[in-house]
Design a protein. Sequence first.
Length: 141
Amino acid sequence: MITRWVAADDMRRTAEGPVLIGGRCADCAAVSFPRASSCARCTGILIKEHELARRGTLWTFTTQEFRPKLPYNGPEEFTPFGLGYVDLGGEVLVESRLTLADIDRLTIGMPVELGTEVYTHDADGTPVETFAFAPIEQELS
């Protein structure tokens, strides 16, 4: 099935699965996501493409229980979703959708792995995916 991604410049498909593409400052090594045109730490402008880790830990989370305001362009039929910050190996915190919206099953510090999920559909019915982190099931208690 053909799909497209919401943020195609920020992701890449690999044999291991999707990878987020951030930036690393050539001057001070600060990592950012999404990749910025200049460094927030040192104001350097030489920002190199940097693949982020696919696994991390849930740093904090909440659930989105109501349809967000514009420019949200998700499906008309809104479904609550998990939203969190994921610590990718101490390099960077990434704000992301979570595949779980059940706060009783989410815990700070739980291991998570990058994946994708269908966010909406184009007018022609083509699925549009976004990145989302999922708990690593074998490591859940």
